[in-house]
Design a protein around this ligand. Structure first.
Ligand code: BG6
Length: 474
């Protein structure tokens, strides 16, 4: 058998993309709540447009999302119906600390997640919790500028301590930051960053990154003090970068590109800033705001495991004339002529998952966890809400095969696999509902219309069979 007996099969979601109820239960406004769907999404998400409140002209998908806040029992029962061993979800920071700088948490928010975890545990589902998945309380952005401020570390640590203590006996697996490298691409969503005219963006991004890295190390420290059984992971938006040709300059470019992303995990897993990053940042005139004790913290409190999302590989060229670009999870990539692509232009590369698993395992030699993978596609339901999503089954089957090979043939130590958006939810990149990943269809459209009725797609029973056979019956 390729996969370990207790392999954590399941699915993943994020609070801001599914919960809705954005001002209920005492929840405070978060960055994601002011990021609209439509063409302004990227400008706000990338911190280029300052929009700290909502207006009539835009539609804000996080406000209701799929209303999991009120449907969580039904939704978790559906996940349990597939035999889920694990459910990755995130806690909305502003449900626990509505403004972010309070000294006491919001009991109603804490109670909500108690209920969610109890519901999971009732079915034997292990919760895997992302502490911060593209969400920062808006008040902290308005008052201190999000993660550019070192004060964020204290607020984050207080938040972590609160949830570690409260859920000490309910949650074992934690991720400190979702796709920490996304700070480079989606700084407002990733870290509550926006830029002032003429500001050195690299400096701001790496200052914020340093604060997050220190915060992550501190979280790891207190987590193990609160419960030595806790397993703390980092989380990378992964996918190896290929060179467009065997020209050494293309190969070098691909190494540089991968290092932009590895940088974060190098710090979180190996415990220090890698030499290549120190040199690069020095060349760019970026100063890392180290204070006394930071280096020791980073060195001592490294993560227990490496988690990552994988949707696609990437392709680069050193030649500026080669410019056939395609979409790819906000990462620029050339079009790879050997790969097909999703309706959103994300290239489909199952072998790329095996390559990525091997690269990460070779580099870090720590257990890995695939916490996101899947196909965003347009689903056409019949009148019962049933979708014949063979395309999704094909995508997942091929990726599971590749991960099986990585485990069985290459000896990669893999803890689990949670597919992205196991129930349809709002797309982070576009704000659409139309871009669906789920085994469960949710009746809602891009404009917010729909009954929110849940129904099983064809992939639901397929995945159930995969889990039941521990990945043997694909
Ligand atoms: C990852 C994020 O980048 O990709 C998720 O962690 C996101 O939040 C997922 O939803 C898929 O991206 P998209 O843009 O299709 O929603």
């Amino acid at each position: 058998m390729a996969f370990r007996e207790n392999f954590l099969w399941g699915g993943a979601t994020a609070a801001n993309q599914c919960e809705g109820a954005y001002l209920e239960g005492g929840r405070g406004l978060a960055n994601v709540d002011v990021v609209p769907a439509g063409s302004d999404r990227f400008s706000v998400g990338s911190g280029m447009m300052k929009m700290f409140s909502c207006n009539e002209e835009h539609y804000y998908p996080s406000h209701e999302a799929i209303d999991m806040y009120h449907h969580y029992k039904e939704d978790i029962a559906l996940l349990a119906g597939m035999g889920f061993k694990c459910y990755r979800l995130s806690i909305a920071w502003s449900r626990i600390f509505p403004k972010g700088d309070e000294l006491e948490p919001n009991e109603e928010g804490l109670k909500f997640y108690d209920n969610v975890f109890d519901e999971c545990l009732k079915y034997g589902i292990e919760p895997l919790v992302t502490i911060c998945h593209f969400d920062v309380p808006m008040h902290l952005i308005e008052t201190i500028g999000g993660w550019r401020s070192r004060q964020m570390i204290d607020h984050y640590v207080r938040y972590c301590e609160t949830i570690f203590k409260r859920y000490r006996d309910k949650v074992k697996y934690w991720l400190t930051f979702n796709e920490i490298n996304m700070i480079l691409h989606f700084p407002f969503m990733g870290a509550g960053l926006y830029f002032e005219e003429g500001e050195n963006k690299q400096q701001v991004k790496y200052t914020a990154a340093h604060h997050e890295l220190v915060a992550s190390a501190l979280a790891t420290k207190i987590a193990h003090e609160i419960n030595p059984e806790f397993k703390i992971g980092c989380m990378l938006a992964a996918g190896n970068t290929y060179a467009n040709t065997c020209h050494p300059e293309d190969v070098w470019r691909s190494i540089e590109k991968d290092r932009e992303n590895y940088f974060f995990i190098d710090v979180q897993s190996r415990g220090e800033y890698p030499a290549y990053a120190l040199k690069q940042l020095e060349r760019e005139g970026v100063k890392i705001p180290f204070v006394k004790g930071d280096k020791e913290l980073l060195q001592t409190y490294t993560v227990d495991f490496i988690s990552f999302s994988y949707y696609s590989s990437r392709l680069v060229s050193a030649n500026p004339d080669v410019n056939k670009m395609t979409e790819g999870n906000v990462f620029d990539t050339l079009k790879n002529p050997y790969l097909e692509a999703s309706e959103w232009g994300w290239q489909i590369d199952p072998l790329g998952l095996r390559i990525t698993l091997n690269s990460l395992y070779d580099r870090y030699q720590k257990p890995l966890f695939i916490v996101e993978n899947g196909l965003g596609a347009v689903d056409i339901p019949d009148e019962h809400g049933y979708v014949e999503d063979d395309y999704r089954i094909d995508y997942l089957r091929e990726h599971i095969r590749a991960m099986k090979e990585a485990v069985e043939l290459d000896g990669v130590d893999l803890l689990g696999y949670t597919t992205w958006g196991c129930i349809d939810l709002v797309s982070a990149g576009t704000g659409e509902m139309k871009k669906r990943y789920g085994f469960i269809y949710v009746d809602k459209d891009n404009e917010g219309n729909g009954t929110l009725r849940r129904s099983k797609k064809k992939s639901y029973n397929w995945y159930k069979k995969v889990i039941h056979s521990n990945g043997e019956d694909l």
